[in-house]
Ligand binder design. Structure first.
Ligand SMILES: Nc1ncnc2c1ncn2[C@@H]1O[C@H](COP(=O)(O)OP(=O)(O)OP(=O)(O)O)[C@@H](O)[C@H]1O
Ligand SMILES: Nc1ncnc2c1ncn2[C@@H]1O[C@H](COP(=O)(O)OP(=O)(O)OP(=O)(O)O)[C@@H](O)[C@H]1O
Ligand SMILES: [Mg+2]
Ligand SMILES: [Mg+2]
Lengths: 265, 265
């Protein structure tokens, strides 16, 4: 089973949009896909029509009360299952603060779950706290959505440091699979500069033989497309809402690259 | 002294861009303005050219070691002072978890600071944790940047609930001054729907005489403008970087509304 964490502590760069539409595209290709929403905002859940409800158990109950993940998983469409989040999850940072091995809870819950999936994808909140650490410890791969803006670039080195620490201390199998540029608007000078900086960074890292030496910058650029911002209000993936849009074309292309494990280098 | 917290737990909606450019516009109008960066990403600091440096004390030291704010304040341009942040601030959530009255630390530090300012503006991280609670307890006003997207709208009621709890329990003077729509791209159907929903929400709240009854939706819409995304890479506000751009025009208009305390309703 492939397991992919979608992370970036910078807010609003396209994490949820990527997690949901990549999961939906892989499901359309026939893979059995499980999407876990680890963001207290519960936007991935909402995006696929699951409205958080206090009475129903969510990933919050799994993390804090060890509710088996099988009881908090909903079949939303062919080949696609979702474990929803809830606002209460925001309290998990403090509730789990003193728990021994608090970063390993999700990993153990996934291991104990008997269901078979081809791919697990985890959407993370805009922070590097205990929830994101649980995703990084539970997964083998990381995909990093990046908006080609200066402020978005600034936090990447801190993000990679965190991935590196997790890989050394908590999860030796963790690898950065790739960086995907999201919300790309034409070819502004700014976007080209940022993309150039990121490419240069990975090229020097590659020579050092570091953890990122086989990381890719996906060739697919996700273009800005208002359909991607509209789809969540209908509780649908881009493929159900606007299958002929640029958004659908781009996320299909990304899914093809991710499936091939293709590297641009 | 006016004190304004810029908050929204949804990531990437324009909090930092609004905090920095509103502060710069008020400073250009002749007000003595103090911008406090309460986000561990330190993007407001970076936006004005202050590169976080381990050796220099920052707001992290103020919150966790009670370093007087006067020693962590830098004069960056005429009428504008900045208290920078640092990545270490991300640990504050856990470090302050068991501190009695942890939400009041910043309020007390500001009260003890003898310097005179016309306006204090606080940029917050994309969460409703202890850092944002400190800003809400220290300020009398809240400005809520909102991207006219479905996912961005979804969290507003939770945000208002948090403001309401702080106003009841920790800070009776706290009021929502207004909502400003940011990153507006023309007049898409989605944007009009979201703006319509927000206006309807505040109109019904107004009739109930709630905390939001004198909250405004600022008439100024901040248009999407690539100059706003470029300015941070030069360490400048939009007024220094591109004074004739739409970004500068829009943030000047917003500052005029904020100064007049003008209400649209
Ligand atoms: N390529 C795109 N074109 C247009 N809109 C997009 C695109 N990608 C994402 N969006 C919209 O931009 C906003 C931010 O995207 P999204 O919520 O996926 O980011 P995020 O990184 O998950 O945010 P957060 O940090 O709050 O979790 C959303 O309203 C989304 O619908
Ligand atoms: N009106 C605008 N036009 C174009 N780009 C913008 C605009 N406002 C903000 N940006 C850019 O969009 C990105 C998100 O904005 P910003 O960082 O201000 O949001 P934020 O809410 O502070 O994010 P975070 O949740 O990470 O703190 C930044 O790269 C910024 O430069
Ligand atoms: Mg998200
Ligand atoms: Mg910010």
């Amino acid at each position: 089973m492939r397991s992919i964490a979608i992370i970036n502590q910078k807010g609003g760069v396209g994490k949820t949009t990527t997690a949901v539409n990549l999961a939906a595209a892989l499901a359309d290709f026939g893979q059995r896909v499980w999407l876990i929403d680890l963001d207290p905002q519960a936007h991935a859940s909402l995006h696929l029509g699951l409205v958080p409800d206090e009475r129903q158990p969510t990933v919050y109950n799994a993390l804090t009360e060890r509710t088996p993940l099988g009881t908090v998983r909903h079949h939303v469409s062919t080949n696609l299952w979702v474990t929803p989040s809830h606002l209460d999850l925001a309290a998990a940072e403090l509730e789990l603060a003193n728990e021994v091995g608090r970063e390993m809870i999700l990993r153990d819950l996934i291991e104990q779950d008997p269901a078979e999936f081809d791919t697990v994808i985890i959407d993370c909140p805009p922070s590097l706290g205990v929830l994101t650490l649980n995703a990084l410890t539970a997964c083998r791969e990381v995909i990093l959505p990046l908006q080609p803006h200066f402020l978005a670039l600034h936090g990447v080195s801190k993000l990679l440091q965190t991935v590196e620490i997790v890989a050394k201390r908590l999860n030796r199998e963790l690898r950065l699979s790739g960086v995907v540029f999201c919300m790309c608007e034409g070819t502004t000078r700014l976007a080209n500069e940022v993309i150039g900086d990121v490419e240069a960074f990975f090229n020097t890292e590659r020579e050092k033989g570091s953890l990122w030496s086989d990381a890719a910058i996906y060739e697919t650029r996700i273009r800005k497309n208002v359909r991607l911002a509209e789809a969540p209000s209908f509780g649908q993936s881009i493929f159900e809402y606007a299958p002929n849009s640029n958004g659908a074309i781009d996320y299909l292309a990304l899914a093809t690259e991710v499936m091939a494990g293709d590297r641009i280098r």
